[in-house]
Design a protein. Sequence first.
Lengths: 122, 668
Amino acid sequence: MKLLTHNMLACHIKGVQNGFPFKIEAEKVEVQEADFEPDFLQHIFPRIQWAALCEAAAAMGVEGLPAEATEEMLEDDAFMKKFHHALLEVHLQEGALVCPETGRKFPVSAGIPNLLLTEDEC
Amino acid sequence: MARERGGFCRPRGPQPTRHLLLGNVGPTPDAAALADLLAPFNGGHPPHITLPGGALGRTHCFASLSSPEAAAAAKAALHCACCASLGGRPLSLSFAEQRDDAPSDGASASDAPVVAVRTAAECGIPGLALLPGFVSAAEEAALLAEADAASHWQPLARRRVLHFGHVFDYETRGVGEPLHSIPPAARALADRIQGLPAAPAIDQLTVNEYAPGVGISPHVETHSAFTGAIVALSLGGTAAMSFRREGHTPRALFLPPRSLLIMAGEARYAWQHSVPQRKTDLVSPDGGAGEAEAVPRAPRRVSLTFRQVRGFPCDCSFPAYCDSQLAPLAPTRLALARMALKAPEGGVAAAAAGREGPAAEQQQQQGRQEEQQQAQQHSDGDDAVLAAAAAADPALDRQLAALEAQHVHAVYNAIAPHFASTRFAVWPRVRAFLEGLSPGALIADVGCGNGKYFGVRPDVFVLGSDRSEGLALVAARRLAPRPAGKGLRADVAVADGMALPHRPGCCDGVLCIAVLHHIASPARRLALLRQLLRVLRPGGRALVTVWATQQENMRKAAAAARTAARSGGAASLQQQQQQVQQPPPPSAAAASASQQQQQQQPQPLSPTPPSAAPAVDAAKGTVVFRRYYHLFAQGELDALVGQLGPQAALVDSFYDRDNWCCVYERVR
């Protein structure tokens, strides 16, 4: 699971108001090299919740992301490399996504988060 | 071969012929019963039945009907059906051509025997090796004696087999639990073979005994079942083994007794091998010069195939032929027959099917030709009843969810590998929708299946989700970094479309392809559309496709039904259509139970009119699955989108390849 995916997920248990972002419990993190394409990053940047990405990256042991990011920084190659790395190359292989409101843990196994709810959570 | 087959041969093309090969009609085919069975399709006249000459124990015969249309109607109605007057066996019908009817420009290319060469080097297939005289005559005798002494020979239609180590299941193409350990002489030989370079760690042995003239259909040893090289020792008689691969000239290799054949790499993973059914092989002379000689096959040939059972998915470099890597292998004929027949407990049918083994191996080759249909036989209809009941009783909603769990989720989990391997083609309309999104778009693919829409556009990100963990695992394999996977800009989650875990308003696009029709009530379908809307950003668009009542396949079925009606045998086909439209009982539980019963009971055929064998797909002569679905009528999907209220705007609505499709946009 990439951190871009983490950025797209929120706890969906019925009644939960503040289900974003999931906290990450990382047991196994893998880095898988991906093609660096600044164009893709520039396009996707406006769609990213930056604070959530920073928090997730820290939980995965990735350092060097600035606490805030602006469009101007997209011209900075060093920043873009870090952004790319955090967003697409760092994978949560084993661990859990934890709802910030209820503490409910959704397991991540073989890189696949299981977000199925139980009957009384729907 | 013409003599052997009673003057009939395989047709040269896919067009129907007026002759049918009737298979699995028993050790002594009952010509009168067969003629009666076919008469309704032949304008009421019993067709001429030709019994094959030669040895007793033939399980097939031929029927000559008045026209190809009559034969096609009979085939559509009776293929895979079981008939009480013929002992309840599942019939197999295929078109045949009379030798005299066949065009006179000679046998088709596949019939023309290839002259077998004597060395693997002359064959020129990478990974193929032949070691003549690998065992002595004394060892040969000991190995044969050991095999003959075994008590667990398994009879197949034309040959018998013996499995040591793990048992190969001809229905699933998988290996079962280890049963009989490899006996001493064979084990000693296996240990010797393991000393060869690149040999597998042998833990499975299959002994095949072929009577003279008997062969084995083209197949590739199932990638996911066995790892590494396949090693086969020939004992007793000789055979010419044929090899073929698309885009390559076919070739054949002569296998003398006591020779060891090794298939590794390309030879093992990409080439089909077979032993043609014939009593004499054409073999190039020793040394290569001069006329080919005809080598008669000896009384029996016994082959010992040594393999290593694979405990993990295959990652060979021939993905197009690899079931572990999504290559389309058809369900085996056995699997289809069993689904068609499924007795309430499955036990009886399973035992009967077990004797039909060898056909399974053919399927691998045939299946690649055609997208296999997982015919869907569940249906519903009376939505109004369900909707009213659901409104009155919230508990019913849970029942409906349970119905989906049993007849959608569980089925997809069970069939995930095969299902995934049959779903490749990127629909042009889906591609067009994706191409309409802006670069850097975030896309939710709800019900992503095997993830075939990942990577259609490299400049967007797709988060696929599926309710089936099995399919999610298959889809995730596409994400692995190169070279194994494609390193796509995508991810996979296990999630229910009815409760999407996406951050509300985060998606620029949503795909929901062939999912909504599996939802069991209008209210729940609307709820799913709401979920899609919830995760879209304002201005974001969703593409939803559902199966339509207007099926092109059904139009074909209808055409066949008209043909059949003219010859007096329309019942089964019409019944098939009716089945799709038939309203279910109002309670979901009852619907499930009654459908299941209908699907699972073997339905004996009476000669006139033939009743439906419900799991048979009339159009294709294939069978079977019990997934729940609801077919959408024209306008039904649009109306459902309309119920989303002012938050959603219908942007586009169209029919494409048996599906109703619509695009709707989140207005704000």
